[in-house]
Design a protein around this ligand. Structure first.
Ligand SMILES: CC(C)(COP(=O)(O)OP(=O)(O)OC[C@H]1O[C@@H](n2cnc3c(N)ncnc32)[C@H](O)[C@@H]1OP(=O)(O)O)[C@@H](O)C(=O)NCCC(=O)NCCS
Length: 227
């Protein structure tokens, strides 16, 4: 397992510093996500107003809990500015996750969609493990996209997961690019859900997001064994 912090040399010559995420970085992480995450895919769009919502504490608590796991990563540019995050969690069989995100209708929709993505798929049994690395949220500042940062962050996350005893890895990839990055590391698609036809409380609430759906038509659940 490589030590942290460590340098990442991008193909365009820029140098970044990758380190384990820490709880005291929460405010910077929230700001990065606010600008670069929430407008991306239909699912990200759903949480776009969370920072002003009455349950924003729920989201902050969730992000804070990711930063307390020793498997989340941050990336800073040469000026020390936060430019990417790979938030991860370590799940054990008794864990009940996502609850901290629910309350309003949009939150319930996100939770329902993510729950449906992995419903009935028991990775603990499939991979005969008591710990699963869950790749939670990732974002890269648009100015630094397509430099390989996400690919590197997922690779390092898998190393961290293994070092912390995880026997498998899973991700709910809500954008096309996130699914591509996961597949590059051997994760296989176990289920997809079409955003346009996804039914929630008798309606198809995402069907009208034409621009987003054109680029990101499905949410995908991917997983594989960590060896
Ligand atoms: C998804 C995301 C993290 C990818 O970050 P990144 O650092 O640009 O990814 P990489 O440079 O490692 O590229 C991975 C692959 O995706 C492709 N890719 C990334 N962004 C792309 C884009 N906007 N358009 C087309 N392809 C793109 C890359 O070309 C690369 O493909 P390749 O391996 O065939 O060369 C970034 O686009 C992002 O933050 N998006 C917004 C939030 C989001 O969708 N998060 C994931 C939710 S689970």
């Amino acid at each position: 397992m490589s030590s942290f912090p460590r340098k990442f040399f991008a193909k365009d010559g820029q140098v970044f510093t990758i380190d384990i995420g820490r709880p005291e970085e929460l405010d910077e992480v929230i700001e990065l996500l606010r600008i670069h995450f929430f407008a991306t895919s239909p699912n990200c769009y759903l949480v776009s107003d969370w920072s002003g919502a009455s349950d924003s504490n729920g989201m902050s608590n969730y992000l804070s809990s990711c930063l307390r796991h020793p498997v989340s990563l941050t990336v800073r540019d040469s000026a020390g500015r936060l430019v990417a995050v790979r938030l991860n969690e370590l799940e054990e069989p008794e864990d009940v996750h996502l609850d901290s995100l629910t309350s309003q209708s949009k939150r319930r929709l996100i939770t329902a969609l993510l729950t449906d993505l992995e419903a009935g798929i028991d990775l603990f049994t499939t991979f005969n493990t008591n710990k699963i690395l869950s790749l939670a949220m990732m974002t890269v500042d648009e100015s630094y996209c397509k430099l390989g940062l996400a690919t590197t962050l997922v690779g390092l996350s898998l190393e961290l997961g293994k070092a912390n005893g995880a026997g498998a890895v899973k991700v709910c990839a809500v954008s096309r690019h996130a699914a591509k990055v996961a597949a590059k590391h051997g994760l296989e698609t176990l289920r997809t859900i079409d955003y346009a036809t996804y039914e929630f409380e008798g309606a198809t609430p995402l069907a009208h997001l034409d621009d987003l759906l054109a680029e990101h038509p499905v949410a995908a659940f991917l997983a594989c064994r960590l060896t």
